[in-house]
Design a binder for this molecule. Structure first.
Ligand SMILES: [Zn+2]
Length: 199
């Protein structure tokens, strides 16, 4: 059996750590990197470095951002009276692609999951409460995933904000229970947003 070099072995190990990539796929990717023009391979390396060095969480809503605030928080045409609460930046992206919502977001960076040891303190709930107490918000739209944990998280948040003068709504149930927002098609998401119900 031919020996692979140390560098190739290391690259295969790194690819194999990616989600959904098994050993065989990792080997294929590594050989692909060796085969393509050098500039293309280094472009991949640069893209990984750039994203880790320049992208962080928006100071206001915890969406991904390259400056202090994300593009949505910086957009003066968006309403600051509504906040749509999602679990992850990719859920925000899915809702944006539906193209009907013109308010702000708040990304929780997870959901309350006692079985996985994730409590409310590990999410951005305190920062959300501070935003709501800040005063300009009139409606909170709960857009956590329609799973047991997503529903539990929405309920927890609406309980702690019950004394605030804001309307709390939940995405309409066009989305099948247990389905994940990021994989739901944009027409269904648009309907879920426009048909949202008081919680
Ligand atoms: Zn933001």
């Amino acid at each position: 059996m031919t020996q692979i070099t140390q560098s190739v072995g290391k690259l295969i190990d790194e690819f194999a750590r990616l989600p959904g990539i098994g050993r065989k796929s990792a080997e294929r990717l590594a050989y692909h990197v060796l085969r393509v023009p050098k500039i293309e391979a280094l472009g991949l390396a640069d893209a990984i470095r750039d994203v880790r060095e320049n992208v962080h969480y928006c100071k206001a809503c915890f969406n991904l951002a390259e400056g202090e605030l994300c593009e949505i928080c910086r957009d003066p045409k968006r309403s600051s009276e509504q906040i749509c609460i999602v679990e992850q930046p990719r859920d925000l992206m899915a809702l944006e692609q539906a193209g009907v919502y013109r308010g702000m977001y708040h990304v929780l960076l997870g959901r309350i999951a006692p079985l996985d040891g994730v409590g409310p303190d590990q999410l951005t709930i305190d920062q959300l409460v501070a935003r709501v107490r800040g005063g300009t918000i009139r409606e909170l739209i709960m857009a956590t995933n329609p799973t047991v944990e997503g529903d539990g998280t929405a309920l927890y948040i609406s309980n702690i904000l019950a004394d605030q003068p804001v309307r709390i709504t939940r995405l309409a149930r066009g989305i099948t229970t247990g389905s994940v927002l990021e994989y739901t098609n944009k027409e269904v998401l648009a309907d879920a947003l426009t048909g949202r119900q008081q919680l």
